[in-house]
Design a protein around this ligand. Sequence first.
Ligand code: XMP
Length: 515
Amino acid sequence: LVLVVDFGAQYAQLIARRVREANVYSEIVPHTMPVAEMLARQPQAIVLSGGPSSVYAEGAPGIDTGLFEAGVPVFGMCYGFQLMARGLGGEVAHTGSREYGRTRVTVSEGGTLLGGLPAEHTVWMSHGDSVTAAPAGFEVLASTLTTPVAAFEDVDRGLAGVQWHPEVLHTEHGQQVLEHFLLEIAGCRPTWTMLNIIDEQVERIREQVGEGRAICALSGGVDSAVAAAIVQRAIGDRLTCVYVDHGMMRHGETDQVRRDFEAVFSDLDVVDAADQFLDALAGVQDPEEKRKIIGREFIRTFEAAEVRVFGDLASGAQATAYLVQGTLYPDVVESGGGAGTSNIKSHHNVGGLPDDLQFELVEPLRTLFKDEVRAVGEQLGLPPTMVWRHPFPGPGLGIRIIGEVTRERLDILRRADLIAREELTAAGLDRDIWQFPVVLLADVRSVGVQGDGRTYGHPVVLRPVTSEDAMTADWARLPYEVMETISTRITNEVPEVNRVAVDITSKPPGTIEWE
Ligand code: XMP
């Protein structure tokens, strides 16, 4: 275990991922955690992240210098580097010169940390203060034009640091530097692999669930599918999977999902609830109201499935009903690392179940990042259509029809969306694009001319985006030829649509979906 101490910048998650890319397991902890508590977790090493502030700023987060004396190897990056320098008696000064972005670094002495790196290379910086003198016992390894001490190490004590951000993509050799620290200075063993993750989780789930039964709602997406597959490996057919077809999936999707899932999950309950959802949505235009209705109908359907699974349990036969969820590590970190149980409170009293039945979450992906989930999915032998599926919102096409959702509108959008997806795949761009919503502006009409006649049709909007985590996104620069083919095909093959627009808004300020 390597602990990444988060000093409040957005870099901690990235660092944690990079540590795992070196096959060493990592977790993020807040800088407010007492050092004794960190040490109690017996980490093999500790990484101090960058942070937004100057070490001299009022209220700047600090670290108990006892950390450096505890015999646990510590690596400081950027702000963490300065904390280490200052905490051990080095000098950190407001030199007045700042470095932001791309910077050339000169390696004077490779040492262990920078061994084998080119004498000059490009790194990514973001700091105001600079370390002007290393603490006693440290060897200075590199400098820049304005920063005399840009990297140092004390291999005997297992302490090292760099002023730059080795975790970001634009830093050359960043991963190598991190691995030098982890593997050579700290002596971590690179044993964190997808196989380990699966074995570890399977064991944990067997312990948690015992002889009990569990239920999992599959959305069609990769997270819930991988979570369920791990749980199935642990408890076999005591897991029931429920897939609710709400009638707002894309063309052919429900069949695909059903085929994929039937091949993987031994106890699969496919509930056709399309009429129920679409009837409930009749006449509704407001996006939030649409979402609420879809959420409500989903819970109703799922609760009925819970009664089917757990209803025959006489009070006391199984005191706990287990719900499997595909919660990922970023969700856990962003919600403050809490227990994450608030969202099942509303489940506690499902009519038709024993009153004293408790609900408990099973979350085998709680420690994983999205790319790890995909790797686990591949390791488990799940089909690529499942593992590499683009994210798709729970409410489906319901929030991609601007205005009331009707069967006719769904049919129009499905045909346009299918063309866009076909052409994206034909261009070989599926893995470059995070998501490619197509949005139907159902209440907007514009004049066009198709064939010999005037038309009065609907526009659709293409919304291809690139992203790493959906928190931020950029509009994807699709090649003109691809957009041209999509536009021509949609206006030719979907007569109700006479205009195709492209959304060129990043997130923020736009969201990925239009509703
Ligand atoms: P936005 O539109 O907020 O979307 O930028 C961010 C990501 O979340 C997906 N999304 C949803 N997923 N239920 C889901 O399961 C929802 O209600 C929902 N709304 C948005 C969206 O597709 C994107 O990946």
